[in-house]
Design a protein around this ligand. Structure first.
Ligand SMILES: Cc1ncc(COP(=O)(O)O)c(C=O)c1O
Length: 429
């Protein structure tokens, strides 16, 4: 049974033998992803309940390695990009056409004109963005991101809706959108709401209803809205005691709401979702090494050669990741669990992998199997917002490599950064 007092099981991404093999071949720390799990998650997302058609977009900010976006693209998953750089990266490195991308960004990219000319779909997230789009593209179709007035995230830092969130156009300012759309003869073809990462499914369902009401207001104004994008944010269970959102359960009432909307308004809306975490979080882990063990009067500290530069989430918002021990030698027998604080190797007291849940300021000792220096720790649930959201090069530790376990074996998909690469753009005067 799931327990907070027993060591967490090893990530399903790797076996103990693979941990030792990957560490020997590529060194530590190293990110590992499983193609099998990525594909399973893709298939579950593609089965999301819908009434009149579904588009799934991968929120590539969750993990921008282009092998992952390509793998999803092969299964028919399009892209959610959050900057002009992400769009160009996906085009250049993964050869994903701009027509397959919807851009939802806090910033207008410098190359917006070219991106839209090449087919990128633009989601205006503020009045300023919409006006700018109208000036460049009068008469064109556009999407708008609305802050529906409610949000929900796994932590306050990942809540992107409601009055404390700056994302999207506040729902009480729709008149601004109607005015700008009239001024530049824009048709709003898609309404978008994304209320947070790790959101409560009940809030997400309620916001789906509120979003349909927003679509109705656009229809009343003569806009030909054909799609409602309800964002991502579906909760995954990284720790064995956490409960994941069941996409089938979560989506069913929303499917019914779309049908009712069609009966009332005569418009059969397509559903769009854009998960990041759901697709990649549990398909990834980090293999690191135990480099030291220390004690204070209160705690036993296990120091690892990873930390904030590979996985910033615990220090940023007290995120919990499972940590399992794999002994250096397969012949080492099982050892008694101990309660330890797992720490990173950065000169920063906040570089802690076992903070209190939701409170990065506090420590929370964790049960892990007994270990010695040179053993490995595997940090699970690190496929999302880890490699792509790191405090890269703090203390001049190089960016870590990434490997993908495919049907062909264990393949390197990003090399470890060299010191020369780290300092290449520095000019010594
Ligand atoms: C606009 C938008 N869509 C989708 C996502 C993906 O969220 P998640 O990774 O929680 O599924 C995000 C994440 O921040 C986002 O900002």
């Amino acid at each position: 049974m799931a327990s907070k007092t027993k060591p967490e099981p090893l990530s399903p991404v790797v076996s103990p033998d693979e941990v030792r093999e990957i560490a020997n071949r590529f060194g530590t720390p190293v990110y590992v992803y499983s193609q099998r799990i990525l594909e399973q998650q893709a298939d579950s997302a593609l089965a999301f309940p819908n009434a009149y058609g579904l588009t799934v977009r991968y929120a590539m900010k969750a993990n921008p390695n282009m092998n992952i976006a390509r793998l999803f693209r092969k299964r028919g998953i399009l892209l959610d990009v959050s900057s002009g750089f992400e769009a160009e990266r996906a085009r250049m490195k993964a050869e994903i056409p701009y027509e397959d991308m919807l851009m939802t960004s806090q910033e207008i990219p410098e190359n917006l004109f070219g991106l839209v000319e090449f087919g990128l779909d633009y989601n205006a997230c503020s009045q300023h963005q919409l006006e700018n789009f109208g000036i460049f593209f009068p008469g064109k179709e556009v999407s708008v991101r609305i802050n529906p007035g409610a949000g929900s995230g796994g932590t306050n830092r990942t809540n992107t809706g409601g009055e404390s969130a700056s994302f999207g156009i506040w729902h009480e300012q729709l008149d601004d959108v109607f005015r700008l759309a009239r001024k530049y003869e824009l048709n709003v073809k898609r309404v978008h709401t994304h209320i947070g990462s790790g959101s409560d499914p009940a809030v997400w369902q309620r916001v789906a209803g509120m979003s349909l009401d927003i679509v109705a207001r656009f229809l009343e104004q003569g806009h030909d809205v054909r799609t409602l994008n309800l964002g991502g944010g579906y909760k995954v269970a990284r720790m064995s005691y956490e409960k994941a959102t069941d996409l089938q359960e979560c989506g069913k009432p929303v499917k019914e709401a779309f049908k009712e909307f069609a009966r009332d308004k005569g418009v059969k809306l397509g559903l769009e979702i854009e998960p990041g975490t759901f697709l990649v979080a549990n398909a990834g882990c980090i293999i690191a090494k135990v480099i030291d063990l220390k004690r204070t009067a209160k705690y036993k500290f296990l120091i690892t050669d990873t930390g904030m530069p590979e996985v910033t989430r615990p220090s940023l918002y007290g995120a919990q990741h499972p940590i399992a021990v794999v002994h250096r030698s397969p012949s080492d027998g099982e050892r008694e669990p101990e309660r330890v604080i797992v720490s990173g190797h950065c000169c920063e007291s906040g570089d802690i992998l076992t903070p209190a849940p939701g409170d990065s300021e506090k420590l929370k000792p964790r049960w892990v199997e007994g270990m010695s220096r040179g053993d490995f720790v595997v940090i699970g649930g690190t496929g999302a917002y880890c490699a792509g959201m790191s405090t890269i090069n703090y203390n001049s530790y190089p960016q870590s490599p990434e490997v993908l376990i495919t049907g062909r074996g264990i393949e390197l998909i990003r090399k470890r950064q060299t010191l020369e690469q780290m300092t290449r753009n520095e000019l010594v005067i």
